[in-house]
Design a protein around this ligand. Structure first.
Ligand code: GDP
Length: 445
């Protein structure tokens, strides 16, 4: 049985007291456990080793979020790094099937789920993308395999190339290409023969077929439960025929999906889909988040850390609100508010969001009030010293002159800003008095 990683790490970190940041020793201890967990999840040793080394630096010194343990924090860092490795380029699941008829070559060992996956993908292309698909089996060694594809085709309503006994794989491929072109198909899928082990004859055959049809996609189907073997298979197929992506099957099983990580790390090829059962619709786009959670066996921790980070932001807002209620609203607060307004799309954006304010937003704009005013106001505040920002009442004539000049503006501009600040401070105070459920609290939500 797997001891899940959070339990392992929990044990390690219970002994440690809470500190502000992760120390190098904390991280080292935690990563030892992470490495064991990766190996248990079937990640290959060199990949696990490299991966752990890479995040060592990343994690050390990172601030520990309040209300989670250092162990949980490390798990979150590991989780994010896993997603980073697992994520391929481009949109997951996207296949190059433009320029009809687009050939898709399906390769892999016997029993990996190649024929099943061919059917699943054809169904998906037909139903999700509205493509006309033709399937052809090149498995001349097992007539049963050809029949299997024909049966699947009938079941999902996708055409299969008529079987001509005695034809060679390359000739079947040529016939499929011809039929797809003449029949106006968008895609034709070639289900190649598999062997129990990789051998030269099989590879040569796949290579010949590849040269004839020049596939837009060459998808390797591998059994996700076979771990290290899956990675070796991927390396060999890629070296010999060049693959464009991987489909991991049997991800509905007990395996923990470590093969996905090794596969990405070793071949660099994107995992496009995962097979999740025997039925024709049990195929899903590969989602790095899900696999990462599974490899670590702990999706809940990640959610917890995210929640804790949100809580901290909420706590900051709460503290600010308490100060406002006491009438403490200085220039730093005003600056934050102005910056927030800019972020939310400026005056116009904010008013546009409030019911009934759309018209007013237009008037404001026509009156010449635009975002550049917000920016100028922020510049004025930036031109103040720390002391002045905290105590705006310090601002007498000479200081005002210096500040305005520093921001390239007139003293009258600064006076307008100060007036606005006074009005806002008054308003904050009044709203604060309305109590905990008051307007300010509503407004901060
Ligand atoms: P091929 O020899 O590579 O063409 O493999 P098949 O497509 O004939 O599949 C072999 C067996 O694996 C069949 O019984 C399939 O139903 C089963 N299979 C294929 N994909 C999956 C999957 O994602 N999950 C599960 N549980 N079984 C699968």
């Amino acid at each position: 049985m797997f001891e899940n990683l959070s339990e392992r790490l929990g044990g390690v970190f219970d002994r440690l007291t809470k500190q502000g940041a992760l120390s190098e020793d904390d991280v080292k201890t935690a990563l030892r456990e992470v490495r064991v967990a990766l190996l248990e999840a079937d990640v290959s040793l060199p990949v696990a080793r490299d991966f752990v080394k890479k995040i060592q630096d990343q994690a050390t010194g990172q601030a520990v979020t309040k209300s989670v343990t250092p162990g949980q924090q490390v798990v979150k860092i590991v989780h994010d790094a896993l997603i980073d490795v697992l994520q391929g380029e481009g949109e997951p699941g996207a296949l190059k099937v433009d320029n009809p008829p687009a050939p898709i070559l399906m390769v892999g060992l016997q029993g990996s789920g190649k024929t099943t996956t061919t059917g699943k993908l054809a169904k998906r292309l037909k139903e999700k993308d509205g493509k006309r698909v033709l399937m052809a089996s090149l498995d001349v060694y097992r007539p049963a395999a050809m029949d299997q594809l024909a049966v699947l085709g009938a079941q999902i309503g996708v055409d299969t190339l008529p079987i001509v006994p005695g034809q060679k794989p390359v000739d079947i491929a040529k016939r499929a290409k011809q039929q797809a072109t003449m029949g106006g198909y968008d895609v034709y899928m070639l289900d190649t023969a598999g062997r129990l082990h990789i051998d030269e004859v099989l590879m040569d055959e796949v290579e010949q077929v590849r040269n004839v049809v020049n596939p837009r996609e060459t998808l390797l189907v591998v059994d996700g439960l076979t771990g290290q073997v899956a990675v070796e298979v991927a390396e060999e197929f890629d070296a010999k025929v060049g693959i464009s992506g991987v489909v991991l099957t049997r991800m509905d099983g007990d395996g923990r999906g470590g093969a996905a990580l090794s596969m990405r790390a070793v071949t660099g090829k994107p995992i496009k889909y995962v097979g999740l059962g025997e039925k024709m619709d049990a195929l899903e786009t590969f989602e790095p988040e899900r696999i990462a959670g599974r490899i670590l066996g702990m999706g809940d921790i990640v959610a917890l850390v995210e929640k804790a980070q949100e809580t901290i932001e909420a706590e900051q807002a709460e503290r600010m609100m308490k100060r406002f209620q006491k009438g403490q609203f200085n220039m730093n607060d005003l600056k934050m508010q102005l910056e927030q307004m800019l972020k939310m799309g400026g005056m116009e954006g904010i008013m546009g969001m409030m019911p009934g304010m759309g018209k007013m937003a237009k008037q404001v704009q026509e009156a010449g009030f635009d975002d550049s005013i917000l920016k100028r106001q922020i510049a004025l505040i930036q031109s103040m010293t720390k002391k002045e920002r905290a105590n705006p009442q310090l601002l007498q004539a000479s200081r005002k002159k210096r500040i305005a000049a520093g921001a390239g503006m007139e003293v009258s501009d600064l006076n307008k800003l100060l007036k606005m600040h006074r009005q806002m401070a008054d308003m904050m105070k009044k709203m604060g008095k309305m109590g905990k459920g008051g307007m300010l609290k509503q407004a901060m939500k």
